[in-house]
Write a protein that binds this ligand. Structure first.
Ligand SMILES: *Cc1c(COP(=O)(O)O)cnc(C)c1O
Length: 344
């Protein structure tokens, strides 16, 4: 057996959600798009529903339908992409709430699902998704008359607290929504940490619950342990891996571990990244292959059965940095070949 083990610490996730929820008086929802950032939307959402989460957020209608099966009929499930052609039946059957992003979506929604709940997504400057101020002015009274369950927008720079874009978007969102009766939502993890001005009625934490930045106090949730298949002694002058990119300067003990870029361990990490054997850092040698990685275990007295790539010694953001990316991409890249264990 050389299956790597991805352990999802639901107790840590619960702790992180509680900490983010307690930062504000607003109702804390939970974003579980992309299979809960790769960690298993069904398991994660069920735990959070028990914790009291009443609103979940997903990106796609199909994700919402799968989530509905997992959590049952209670919580509201909001779909960021809104009401797209062909969605009506699934939105209805799974009782999903589309976030309406345009006048076209609004028309489609009232024609195909009259009386079905919806929310509104506004674009306050990110120019990605949602109605712009002019579009919103045209639709506002008609839409509000039908009592949207939520009116939301999204911040582009919330992970940079000093960025002037934050205050700018806050202003625009206020101008677009001050005085309305519907609950309002502006903040994901980063916005929650910007303080109460940004909280409104509902928050939408994602990455912080899963142990990632910008939530500095997050406990690690994903732990990845990879089995060692083989070790060998490599003499000075010999190379390791594809393309001979690493050449030993002195005799080196090399362990080959059973995971690679097919498992979401990005090739770009190779030259800078380490794994941990208990407390000892072991450098990745040469290129990361599809299913295998070689690491330097010269420092170890004994080579363990498994080494750690993600966990207490190395979080998603430090490993992300070695590949020039962000924790979000590391989590959502985690592959399908791992044995997944949930601890609570
Ligand atoms: C992904 C997403 C979130 C969650 O963001 P985090 O940074 O992971 O907390 C919230 N709102 C919207 C619109 C999103 O796309």
């Amino acid at each position: 057996m050389v299956q790597s083990v991805l352990t999802v610490d639901l107790a840590a996730l619960r702790h992180n959600w509680r900490s983010l929820a307690s930062c504000s008086d607003a109702e804390a929802g939970a974003v579980v798009k992309a299979d809960a950032y790769g960690l298993g939307a069904g398991r994660v959402a069920n735990m959070l529903a028990k914790e009291g989460v009443r609103r979940f957020f997903v990106a796609l209608t199909e994700e919402g339908a799968a989530l509905r099966k997992a959590v049952g009929s209670g919580p509201e499930i909001n779909v960021f992409s809104g009401h797209m052609p062909g969605d009506a039946q699934m939105l209805k059957a799974a009782q999903l709430t589309p976030m309406i992003n345009s006048i076209d979506q609004m028309l489609r929604h009232v024609e195909s699902l009259p009386g079905h709940p919806f929310g509104i997504q506004l674009d306050s400057g990110m120019n990605r998704l949602g109605m712009e101020p002019a579009e919103w002015s045209a639709l506002r009274e008609i839409a509000l008359a039908q009592q949207p369950t939520l009116v939301m927008s999204h911040l582009a720079c919330a992970d940079e607290p000093d960025h002037p874009m934050n205050a700018h978007q806050l202003n625009v969102f206020r101008q677009m929504t001050d005085g309305i009766d519907a609950p309002r939502s502006l903040s994901a993890t980063g916005g929650i940490l910007l303080g109460p001005d940004y909280h409104f009625d509902v928050t939408r934490p994602g990455i912080g619950m899963y142990g990632g930045l910008p939530f500095l106090d997050a406990q690690p949730v994903a732990h990845l342990h990879i089995p060692v298949i083989q070790t060998r002694e490599v003499d000075a002058g010999e190379s390791v891996g594809y393309g001979n990119t690493w050449v030993a300067r002195h005799p080196t003990r090399v362990a080959t571990i059973a995971a690679g870029y097919a498992d979401g361990i990005l090739r770009a990490m190779g030259p800078k990244a380490y794994v941990f054997a208990d407390e000892t850092r072991c450098k990745i040698l040469g290129r990361i292959s599809m299913d295998l990685i070689c690491v330097d275990v010269s420092e170890l007295d004994a080579v363990p059965d498994m080494v750690e790539l993600l966990g207490v010694h190395q979080g998603v953001d430090s490993i992300a940095e070695t590949a020039g990316t962000i924790g979000y991409e590391i989590l959502t890249s985690l592959g399908g070949r791992y044995e997944r264990r949930y601890i609570d």
